[in-house]
Design a protein around this ligand. Structure first.
Ligand code: PNS
Length: 175
């Protein structure tokens, strides 16, 4: 038995939302350490760089659980290889709906096929946060809607500023 039980919470986190934070909070009650791991995915067009996303995770999670219990990191390649390198016994994923379940099930089964010793733990978040996704939050912010209550204030400010900057760059370059 490992002396400290480590869970990996992987994802894109572009950006981290209050839904993610809820899952992280719940996960700290189950594991000694939680590593929130950003996938380095060159193909995906992201608003924030991987380093920015990890920094925002560390900032937003600083007060969650015991000091140092939650940390941000980045990983490339197979999740189960990264989890094994970290000495993790579990991969945590948040479930909002049956749609999430259908998305998660094949990934959990593939990960179990590749690494049977690593368990996938699905955490059901609070119902009042079930409408939140990074994709929808970016869409709302990009179209000038309020993102209050959807993500930590500091991240919301950065997201609005980043999307505004992107818009002005596009407007300038179209003239
Ligand atoms: O938040 P996301 O974008 O839905 O997260 C998806 C993620 C990062 C969990 C998934 O794409 C992943 O684990 N990628 C790493 C590559 C891998 O291990 N693939 C095979 C197992 S399905």
């Amino acid at each position: 038995m490992p002396s400290s039980r480590i869970a990996i919470f992987p994802g894109s986190f572009d950006p981290l939302t209050n839904g993610h934070l809820d899952v992280i909070r719940r996960t700290t009650r189950l594991f000694d350490r939680v590593i929130v791991a950003v996938l380095v995915n060159q193909e995906k067009r992201a608003v924030f760089t991987v380093d920015e996303r990890v920094a925002m995770i560390n900032e937003a999670c600083a007060g969650i659980g015991e000091p140092g219990q939650v940390t941000g990191d980045a990983f490339e390649g197979l999740l189960v290889h990264y989890a094994a390198r970290q000495g993790a016994c579990a991969v945590v994923r948040g479930l909002r709906s049956g749609v999430d379940f259908d998305y998660e099930r094949p990934m959990a089964l593939m990960n179990a096929h590749l690494a049977p010793e690593i368990e996938t733990v699905c955490v059901i978040g609070a119902d009042r946060l079930a409408h939140i996704s990074s994709r929808l939050v970016k869409e709302v912010a990009g179209l000038g809607g309020s993102v209050e209550g959807l993500l930590p204030d500091a991240i919301a400010q950065r997201l609005v500023a980043r999307l505004r900057a992107g818009k002005s760059t596009r407007l300038n370059s179209s003239h």
